[in-house]
Structures are given as C-alpha cells and as structure tokens.
Write a protein that binds this ligand. Structure first.
Ligand code: TRP
Length: 437
C-alpha cells in the first residue's frame, strides 16, 4: 500500500461507502419514475437483467483495477501498464467526469436541502395552500441566490467529509449516514404500507405490462443500470483502491449491487402509494419529487414529519454520492500530483462549486452538463474499462484479482461477459443516446 494513502478499516465500512456512492438521486427520484413510465414489472425485470450483464461485470472490473493498482483512476492505468499508455485517458476522462457531474449534482442536492428546510420550518405541512406549494419549486428555481447558497452549503459539507480521509472521513460518515438513510426509508415504507393505495403503488411498480416494454425502455434500463451504480468514471476504481489485497470483490460487489437495487425498489414503494393515495399523477418527471410529492404531503396528517424525513433522506443519499464524486478527483490530485488531501479537497471542491454556479443560473447549462456526462463521458469511460479489463489487462492478474475463494467458473464467465457482451451493449446504448438510431 502506498504510504500516506488511506484504506478502509472494515469490510462493512467499505460496502456502506460504495453503496452510498451508488445510492443517490438516481435511485430515489429517477428509478421510480422511469419504472412507472416503461411498464412497471416488465421494466424492472429488464433492469435486473442489465444490472447482471452490464452493471455487475463493470462493477467488478472497476473494483479490480483499483484493488490491483492501489491508485486513483489515472494512476491505476499507469501502474497496471507500467507506462504512460493511452489507457490512462480513460482515467483522465473519469476525473473530468467527476468535476462535471458533481457540479450539477450538488445544485440538485441543494434543492433537496432547500425543501428539507421548508419542511422543518413548517412551510410544507398539513393544510398548506396547494397553490403556494405547487409554486415552491418554480420559486426556488427562479431564485439563483438561494440555490447558490444551498449549493455552497452542500459542497462545504462534502469537502469537510472528504478532507477527513478515507477512514476518518468517508467511512466514518458512511457508517452513520447509510444506516440513517435505510431507517428513514424503512419508516416511510411502513407508513406507505398503511395507505389504502399501497396496492395501487405496488401494482404500478411491479405488474408486468410487456406492451409498454419498447426498445427505448430496454435502452433506458441499460443506461440507468450504469448511472445508478456509479460506473464509468472510476468512482469504484477509487474506492476499490483502498481495499486490501485479500478483499473478495465478488462478495463486496454483490452487496453493493443488491443494496442499490433494494433501495431503488423501496423508494418506488414509498413514492407511488403516496402519489396515488392523494390523487396525483405518477409521470411528472423532474417534478415528481419537488412538485407532486409536496402536494401529497400537505394533504396527509403528519405530512410535515413525512416531508422532513423524505427530504432529509434525499439529502443524505445525495451526500454519500457526492462524497465519492469528489473523492475521485481528490485521489487523483493526491496520488498523482502529490497534493495534501485537505488542500486538494478544499481546492477542487471550490472549483466544482464555481463550476456549478452557472447550472443554478441557467437551465440550459445544467442540461448541457447533465447530458455531456451521462450520454458521452460515462458510456465511453465504461466501454474503456470493460475493454481494458477484458482484453488488455494481464490475464493472470484479472483472473487472480477478484479475491480468495472465487470459483474459476465464475471468473471465466465474468471475463467472457466482460469481453463480448458488455462492450456491445454499452456501445448500443451510447449510439442510441447520441441519436445514431
Ligand atoms: N449513482 C449515483 C446516483 O444514482 C450518482 C453517482 C455518484 C454517479 N457517483 C457517480 C454516477 C459516479 C456515475 C458515476 O445518484
């Protein structure tokens, strides 16, 4: 292990941190919405298939590259290739993606904080005026100053945690935030089960309507399986690099993927019963959480408490994801440039904050940052990681690296999927997203 480099103190701490990266706005907001739109249960089945053939293999590949190299995403390729080969461009792209994604992700996280504050202060509470509540989001959206203040607060917290280091910062806070998130979500889930519309919610989410399963839906499931697991930019390379050599990546990766999937399904089972119980529309897209849900909250007894819990859990989910995004860049500047961790976290976090300001000001800039990262940078990065691991990385290292006790058959199957199946599927999604077909 490199001197001055942190590492995870426990296996559970690592799994919670990595699951914290995966579980984010993608799970609580996007997954329920696209699942509903694309036919519920049928879509969920396809999504699970995508997790198995695209998500899981790339997850293992990223963790492996990190564990073998004990370096940041750029350093990982340098180390493994023993030279400044072109493969390190995949790492560079990942570090760049961290800047781009975190800049607008933090603005959205700021909205979650703003709505949490409105819930605590009793603005979102039973009996509030629906017209006022319906306008809350547009009001915030039209107020750059407030958005920038919350964005700054969110980045400040993220910087503070990452500054603490791998064990004392990231792992310690994941140990607190992730169980808290899970408890809050379970609490809301139990509440949702008591609603008459729990059945409608479950039907909406799980009843398999294969007629809605268009090719578009399949591609959406593929793309989302990628984003929701934080793949394609080296976040899992970075987290994997703080693992010891004896770590079992298959076991850890399976836990991360299961936690991410279960949380997404639970979020759907919280949101849809509430939406249906209070006569709302499920397909509101970006407004589902910030417009539809508050209108439901003000109709329920104890709505203020439910709103507080919901927006706090959303903020926690965003925070643990933001930590991993900042950590990718911090690891790079620490490992490759030699910057002190605290200086790197503060400096890079500050730059990312500034980069996010235009996203708070202009919706078009926000969309640009979102699209260039999700549609281009992540798929290209993921493709690079799959091809490198499947075709270029020394075969013995790839086969031996997943960990002790992993069966030879499983390793062989993983490599075959990574070589032949994953790249083709990712390429198809990429070409579709950029409009080739
Ligand atoms: N997975 C997170 C979510 O679902 C987002 C995220 C965090 C991410 N880190 C990432 C996406 C790295 C891609 C790459 O909200």
């Amino acid at each position: 292990m490199h001197s001055g480099r942190g590492h995870w103190a426990s296996r559970v701490g690592f799994v919670l941190a990595a699951a914290g990266s995966a579980i984010g706005l993608g799970n609580i907001w996007k997954f329920p919405y696209i699942t509903g739109e694309y036919g519920g249960g049928a879509f969920v089945l396809v999504y699970l298939g995508c997790i198995a053939v695209v998500g899981m293999p790339i997850m293992l590949a990223e963790l492996l590259l990190g564990k073998l190299s004990q370096r940041d995403p750029v350093g990982a390729f340098r180390e493994l290739e023993h030279s400044r080969s072109g493969w390190q461009l995949v790492g560079w792209l990942g570090v760049a993606s961290a800047f781009v994604i975190l800049s607008f992700y933090s603005v959205v996280a700021g909205w979650a904080l703003a709505f949490f504050a409105r819930s605590v202060m009793g603005v979102i509470a039973a009996g509030a005026d629906p017209a006022m509540i319906g306008g809350l989001f547009s009001e915030l959206y039209a107020n750059p100053t407030e958005q920038i203040v919350w964005h700054a607060i969110f980045m400040g917290v993220t910087i503070a945690i990452v500054s603490g280091g791998v064990h004392k910062g990231i792992e310690r806070w994941s140990d607190i935030l992730m169980p808290a998130l899970l408890m809050m979500l379970l609490g809301l889930f139990i509440y949702a089960l008591t609603l008459d519309a729990a059945r409608d919610g479950a039907r909406f989410l799980f009843a398999a309507d294969f007629s809605k399963l268009t090719p578009d839906a399949v591609l959406e499931a593929l793309g989302h399986s990628f984003f929701t697991l934080s793949l394609g930019m080296g976040a899992m390379i970075t987290y994997g690099s703080y693992l010891g050599r004896d770590a079992n990546l298959v076991r850890a990766g399976t836990w991360i993927v299961i936690l991410d999937t279960v949380i997404a399904l639970l979020a759907g089972m919280v949101i849809f019963p509430i939406v249906f119980q209070f006569g709302m529309e499920p397909g509101a897209g970006p407004g589902l959480i910030f417009k539809t849900l508050p209108l439901a909250f003000i109709q329920m007894t104890g709505g203020q408490l439910v709103a507080c819990v919901f927006f706090l859990l959303l903020s926690f989910a965003a925070l643990t994801s933001a930590i991993s995004l900042l950590e990718v860049a911090v690891a790079f500047f620490h490992d490759e440039v030699g910057l002190d961790r605290k200086v790197a976290a503060g400096g890079i976090g500050g730059i990312i904050f500034l980069l996010g300001v235009p996203s708070a000001l202009y919706g078009s800039f926000f969309d640009f940052m979102d699209q260039i990262s999700t549609n281009y940078m992540l798929p290209i990065g993921g493709l690079g990681i799959a091809i490198y691991t499947g075709w270029v990385l020394d075969r013995a290292r790839a086969e031996g690296g997943l960990g002790p006790g992993v069966s030879a058959g499983l390793i062989a199957a993983w490599l075959q999927v990574l070589r032949f199946v994953t790249p083709v599927l990712v390429l198809i999604v990429f070409l579709h997203k950029i409009g080739v077909f």
